[in-house]
Write a protein that binds this ligand. Sequence first.
Ligand code: FES
Length: 135
Amino acid sequence: MSDPEAVATELTIGELSERSGVPASALRYYDRKGLIQSRRTTGNQRRYHRSTVRRLAFIRASQSVGVPLAQIEGVLDYLPHDVAPTRELWLRASECWGATIDGRIAELRRVRDQFTRCVGCGCLSFDQCLLVNPG
Ligand code: FES
């Protein structure tokens, strides 16, 4: 990063963790996966662009509705690391992920219905119960 103004406003991993509420261990994991990006100082410390806070908000919000990290990564690949996610990106992502979310809802309904049947049954059989032995 060569923009002195951007460098001056970079965040340490501790600052990013504090502002986003995301543990440092998760930040390092996201960094390794390429979901967020840091530069290294001469002392080998991570520094993050300020827009990373909003990028993390996008990741966490997407995860909270059950979107897998691989799909989140697929969308974020289109966004430069020094640009904050926009409302437009969120809208496009929601269009892509609608089927994923609908699939999760359908699966949860199926599990709820099976659970209701199991409560009435009570056999807890490894041979017969789909909740005990989904396979
Ligand atoms: S408890 Fe009997 S089928 Fe699940």
